[in-house]
Design a protein around this ligand. Structure first.
Ligand SMILES: [Zn+2]
Length: 280
């Protein structure tokens, strides 16, 4: 294919940021830290390897996802516990914050709500930054490992991908069938997963997660959160992610409640202010 004469000039145009985020509402991390300091643990759940579990964090509570026993990646879904139609919107969170999330950044919800569901308040892997391959941790670029893609690429029938794990966990939590639960499962925050896009082909890559037992990612629940976390069958995702070959470990979810009044006059963010008229 021939190139136009000004091909180099066109390629040399400087990019602009699609969504400059200086006008995003800024979370009051100092207030959250103060509230967290006096908070007490109210519940915990240990997510078994190659399986998922649900948890609840009420508005204003904190939830922490910790690596225990060995390096392990987790696939996180969030819903508004009062209305499952409001759920985490991975694509818009990526557009607003970038490919990977860390402290001070938010998990935003789907339309028409588009508000913060949870804010990352602590990230013990925040030191990792961006490595020489363009890889970083806690991505919103992958979707979730699922049996359909495995079947498409290799004809497999594997049942412990994160998509299926999340579907079973949500079905059990809600007391509904797998068929009713499955449409609620959505693209995830890949907790502890180290990923990027290759420079030459633009392909999604993963590499062994730098997470070690004791590392954690902690969130402030901006709304009443129902969460589901899958301990990915890929383990640390150094090689495979849709089989029983990788070493897998549990993940711990702990929920903490601040003392009464610790959040002062803080209020849960309102739903998005767009008037929904769509020009009619
Ligand atoms: Zn997975």
């Amino acid at each position: 294919m021939s190139q136009p004469k000004d091909a180099d000039a066109r390629r040399a145009i400087k990019p602009v940021i699609c969504y400059p985020n200086e006008t995003l509402p800024v979370p009051n991390l100092a207030l959250y830290a103060q509230a967290r300091a006096g908070a007490e643990k109210v519940s915990e759940v240990l997510v078994p390897p190659r399986d998922a579990a649900c948890f609840h964090a009420k508005t204003g509570q904190f939830f922490r996802i910790s690596s225990v026993d060995g390096p392990q990646v987790g696939d996180l879904n969030l819903w508004n516990a009062n209305d499952l139609n409001e759920r985490f919107y991975s694509g818009k969170s990526r557009a607003l914050h970038g490919t990977h999330l860390t402290t001070g950044e938010r998990m935003w919800s789907s339309f028409p709500y588009l508000r913060p569901m949870a804010t990352i308040t602590e990230d013990t892997l925040g030191w990792y930054g961006m490595d020489q391959y363009g890889g970083s941790v806690h991505d919103v670029i992958g979707t979730r490992c699922d049996p359909y893609t495995g079947n498409l690429l290799s004809g497999s029938q594997y049942h412990h991908c994160c998509h299926s794990n999340l579907t079973r966990a949500l079905a059990d939590e809600l007391g509904v069938s797998l068929q009713e639960a499955e449409p609620h499962v959505h693209d995830v925050l890949n907790v502890f997963m180290c990923t990027g896009f290759t420079r030459d082909t633009g392909q999604y890559f993963m590499k062994a997660s730098p997470v070690r037992p004791g590392d954690y990612l902690e969130f402030f629940a901006e709304v009443n959160v129902l969460g589901a976390l899958s301990a990915c069958p890929g383990g640390d995702c150094s090689a495979e992610h849709s089989s029983d070959t990788a070493a897998c470990y549990p993940l711990l979810v702990e929920v903490f409640a601040p003392q009464e009044g610790a959040l002062g006059d803080w209020q849960s963010p309102p739903v998005n202010g767009y008037d929904l008229s769509h020009g009619r």
